[in-house]
Design a protein around this ligand. Structure first.
Ligand SMILES: [Zn+2]
Length: 480
């Protein structure tokens, strides 16, 4: 049976059913990372929400074709990669320096996703591999009168597109039609003609183009890769709420200006993350990457659960207390799972309030799916699991559940785990935590942060894990 999910659509401001253009096949585009640094837990919240969305669509019986781009050319990447090069460095050397930085952080990013059990996208295109597609798209916009050239840069003419502002619900009166900006990021009260192609400046890598040497703007990257890999009609496009404007508004302008029809049916955005009630900022000392948390002994799967057990459209207040609550919740589910694997320990004999476990299980499964299908209401979906745990534990104390009842319960826990990916056997989870710590230590050594590397080794020792550095540079481990 295929289930229909409903999601809040930023475009219409309503919760609407996802009806794919091709029945049973959902195309999903999610804006990927700009790879110049470690992803912080606010970024990771968005990727975890999208993983839950994708897994839920799949569990609901849909095929999902998922494309996530890697932004590997962008202002901050250029700023951080070109500093050590001489002023007269060749263009080839500049591209090489950019690639060295982005390759390194792409690998780190994918490792982080792996640690968090985020399933990899079917398409993972790098922006630098699609520059010819971007140039063709800009030429098309130029031919349609939606783009103009100024001093070697090309800008989008927002006055030319009646629906400009539809996603961010902008007031067209307030827009500065005709003013043009070179920055990729700006505030919604200064909606202006935005840059599609940037003329090269001294010290930057460049590509040849019909407008002279330059490089793509950030927004055109996603339009070009999304249209090339997922097509002219995409079912779901997703990102964090910070991408609604200007990034996604500008993607709509570029793609719909070129196609002449609606490009994306459902725009789905995940909310921000705060840390202990404050905005995350390096200056406040509450800025965390996954590796920072792992080095503090946080189990990545507890982090995954802590994030996913909150509704994706509510601001999430991350706290260490919340993480402990997540660990306890997972312990309960895993202990219950273990009990269902066993034979039960009934002792009390017939009980006057005996329940029919089949009915309770069916009720829990229905409640779980109803909540997930209703805009991914994870708090309610998980509540149905805990109600089931209470019901069946109480029953099993008095009259043991049959093998069939236990197996049906395990099947439901596994079905839910296909989405949450958080409660396999405890052994496996401990292994994952150890592997994550070993990775964190490797990264610390790579960054020559010896103090951090030592702290992680001590942490592992406290968990009873002995590390063995091998001759080939890899690290093995055993329980000491
Ligand atoms: Zn994007």
């Amino acid at each position: 049976m295929r289930r229909t999910l409903s999601l809040f659509n930023t475009l219409t401001r309503r919760i609407e059913p996802v009806v794919p253009v091709l029945a049973g096949q959902v195309s999903l585009y999610t804006c990927g990372p700009t790879v110049y640094n470690y992803a912080h837990i606010g970024n990771l919240r968005t990727f975890l929400f999208q993983d839950l969305l994708k897994r839920t669509l799949r569990a609901a019986g849909h095929e999902v074709r998922h494309c996530m781009n890697i932004t590997d050319v962008e202002d901050k990447i250029i700023r951080d990669s070109q500093g050590t090069l001489p002023a007269d460095a060749t263009n080839e050397a500049r591209h090489g320096a950019m690639k060295a930085l982005t390759d390194r952080f792409t690998a780190i990013f994918l490792e982080d996703l792996d640690t968090l059990r985020v399933q990899q996208a079917d398409f993972l295109p790098k922006a630098t591999a699609y520059v010819p597609h971007m140039i063709r798209l800009i030429q098309d916009l130029e031919a349609k009168g939606l783009a103009y050239v100024r001093e070697g840069s090309v800008y989008y003419r927002i006055a030319g597109l009646p629906q400009y502002g539809c996603l961010a619900h902008l007031d067209r009166e307030g827009m500065q039609m005709g003013a043009s900006v070179d920055a990729d990021e700006y505030e919604r009260d200064s909606a202006t003609d935005f840059v599609l192609w940037k003329a090269t400046k001294p010290g930057e890598p460049w590509w040849d183009s019909p407008w002279g040497p330059g490089r793509p703007g950030w927004h055109i990257e996603c339009s070009a890769m999304g249209m090339e890999l997922l097509g002219d009609r995409i079912d779901i496009h997703s990102g964090g709420v910070d991408l609604i404007f200007p990034h996604h508004e500008n993607e709509i302008a570029q793609s719909e200006g070129c196609l002449g029809h609606r490009w994306v049916n459902h725009w789905v955005h995940g909310e921000f993350l705060m840390v202990e009630g404050q905005k995350m900022a390096k200056s406040l000392g509450n800025f965390f990457t996954l590796r920072d948390l792992v080095a503090k002994g946080v189990d990545p799967i507890a982090l995954r659960y802590a994030i996913q057990s909150n509704h994706y459209r509510k601001v999430l207040n991350f706290s260490f207390e919340g993480l402990r609550a997540a660990e306890n919740a997972l312990k309960r589910i895993r202990a219950f799972r273990k009990r269902m694997e066993g034979e039960g320990a009934a002792g009390g004999g017939p009980w006057k309030e005996a329940i029919d476990p089949r009915v309770r299980l069916e009720r829990a499964r229905e409640a779980f799916w109803a909540a997930m299908a209703d805009d991914l209401n994870t708090p309610e979906a998980l509540a149905s699991i805990f109600t089931l745990i209470n019901d069946l534990n109480a029953q099993d104390d008095h009259a043991a559940l049959t093998r069939e009842e236990r197996d049906a319960t395990l099947a439901f826990l596994d079905e839910a785990n296909d989405m949450f990916a958080a409660w396999p056997r405890e052994e496996a989870s401990l292994d994952a935590a150890v592997e994550a710590l070993i990775e964190a230590r490797k990264a610390a050594k790579f960054a020559k942060d010896w103090a951090l590397a030592d702290r992680v080794r001590d942490q592992l020792r406290a968990m009873g894990i002995v590390l063995e550095d091998r001759k080939d540079g890899s690290t093995g481990w055993r329980r000491g």
